[in-house]
Design a protein around this ligand. Sequence first.
Ligand code: F6P
Length: 327
Amino acid sequence: MEYAIKCVGVLTSGGDSPAMNAAIRAVVRAGISNGICVKGIYRGYSGLIDGEIRELSSQDVSGIIQRGGTILKSSRCPAFQTPEGRKQAYDNMQKEGIDALIVIGGDGTFTGARVFSQEYNIPVIGLPGTIDNDLWGTDVTIGYDTSLNTIMECVDKLRDTATSHERVFLVEIMGRDAGFLTLNAAIAVGAEVAIIPERTAVAEQIEEAIGQGKRKSKNSSIVLVQEHAVEGGAQTVAKILEKAHPEYNTRVTILGHLQRGGSPTAQDRILASRLGVAAIQALLEEQRSIMIGVQNDEIVYVPLSKAISTKKDIKADKWTAMQILSI
Ligand code: F6P
């Protein structure tokens, strides 16, 4: 059977996330199974502009499902935000015979993909790959579960020393504008306080962290601070705390890019594999400009425009649970 699409380009862009490799593997193997050639584009949109492109065989993606990072490398590419950059990218696609793109990344990646798709009438499928879990239309994103588990392991270790030394640990968590990692990690580690951007009463949250004697029964605390919930992050919260309570023995830990690495969890590998296969399927169904997500364990197609423009909110019951369980 003849398919309109004969060759697909795949790239990873923006902040990397665990199981991006599993997604690449799935795209390559699902493509080959359907008689479609898959070309890897290196360093995200930069590789599309610079022509760093090569065909990937089934063997090229062998032994990568368990590896963190991305074999295709990643970058943030300001040049792709310009019409000249996108023209160069389009010319390279033509030269390579690439009919459609599968882009794995977050909302910056999807924003570029959408503009490109409209400008040149190219089918583009987005796979949600970010530890932040901040894309609307999918319950989870590729890499989020692994990152959450990494945070949990790290904070469990901090809890040991916090308890021994009777200290308050302020732990800074990534997430860009979203508090999913912070709130969910807070529940998982039994943190005393979570400070997240979605709950705008940051002053109150800090007040809570200060304690007002609330934690008299505890000699140590774990406060998770989303990196952008307060300007200056965990360091700022520590200063406020120290000023209000000089008697507190505080320490700051910034988990940083540790949260982006590591071998993906089973959940992330399975998610990435399903989404990669579904991306090829969607192209065969002549879909264009959509994100493939998962809702209630079912694969869904979400317009890229909606995935980018709609704000995904945290679950109210999780926030409540966090408050109740931290007493
Ligand atoms: O979007 C993923 C993410 O790790 C965010 O959580 C964080 O704010 C940002 O990327 C860090 O970006 P960079 O790796 O460019 O420092």
